[in-house]
Ligand binder design. Sequence first.
Ligand SMILES: [Zn+2]
Length: 483
Amino acid sequence: MCSADLSDRALLITFQTRSNSLAWTIESVCNPEFGRGTEKMLHRVTAVLAVSALMGACCASVNAQPSGRKVVVISLDAFGAESLSDPQLPAPTLHKLMKMGAYATSMKPINPTVTWPNHTAMVSGVNASRHHVIVNGLIVNQRTDTPPKIEPHTPRSELVAVPTVYDAAHKAGLVTAEVDWVAIEKADGITWRFTEYSDSHGPIERDLVQQGAMTEEQLAHFNNPSQAWRDRIYTLAAVDIIKKHHPDLMLLHLLALDSIEHETGFGNDSGRNTIAFLDDRVKDVIDAVREAGDLDRTTFLIVSDHGQMSVHKHLNANLLLRQSGLQGASSANPTFAIPEGGFALLYQKHATEQSTAALKTLFTAKPGVRAALSPAEAAKDGWPTPAETNQAPDLLLYAENGYAFSGKADQFAVDAKESGAHGYPNTEPLMKEIFIAAGAGIENKGEIGEFNNVDIAPTIARLLNVPLPNVDGKPLTEILSAK
Ligand SMILES: [Zn+2]
């Protein structure tokens, strides 16, 4: 929101950061009176420069001090890199950030290309072979006589096997926040939160009810309304936290694009309209940071967790397992599949080298099956093995493009109305993610080449100046300013 009466504080911020394009440009665009009140501003600037010099002297002598910078990460679920390359995309805020800072031609997800594994990769700096999150929750009841399930309500300490950048920030005394982030339930490293399902007693939820953003009734039935409604509330929650609590690290996750693309497929006007809606939500967050007085020291990272692909055929792996006598009371080695769109996970009660080889033969060359991979083969693409975690499957199936594993088909492969899916290998162009960085600490680099999303966590750690050792990724030094 553009304020007509820009405060002295905002003018001061503008002056301080004019060489750093984000604050200067946003303020000058928003405020037609930019430049007035210069005399008053100069008095304030003199005082601030003196304080800055003192701070510089202080920080130079204590290297481990946090940087004083703030980082806001906004994940726009399922926003594929290909969409961002469309010059007609109705995304003025994203385009402005791209022009001011740096953006990648694409960012490479980890395998599997689904939500929780990739969000976890972006905050931990390691892939699934080390963080062990391979679906949207914890897989339970696998390798038994009955089908496995995915349990999303699992504490982060049981789900994620490694430290994260929010843990590091919290340990360094920084204020951390998450709104609708994933694989983060009850995380000790989070100071302020508004969870995916909301908590009717949570302080941020109470704030939003008090502000009139939602009613008690809407809070009590938070999952009933549309995803776009929830994304608006998630954004308002982030705005509330930013203005009231000035977090040093904010993780915000919005899902509307993933939701509409799953329903309608990739690359249509429903998706484009949703991107316009999400672009406005990004603007809301930037405006909140400005109104909080934190714009001059905030870095914005806009990312996604995977892309999306249109599919017209569904595959039912459990049906084939049933037909092959591998399920039911008479089976000596009950075997079940968890269908996940672009892939399916197979678990056997008693996996041996021979039984896994037989299972592989059963699925190889079936219509719509791209590959059936043993644990050793999947490990080459960054998957964990059953020896490392009980989450890892005994056999991994990948679907061909245009096919998705689901539980819906009444034959192994059936035609279906167009819908969207992800989970295909991370080398597929449509699975690639977006990355945009702008604001404090980011050079105006324009387009940069593809990099791995495990570089996000060490980049955040570098921006905040908190330690995050022993990760696979590395900071994106080519876009970070020296100061
Ligand atoms: Zn996702």
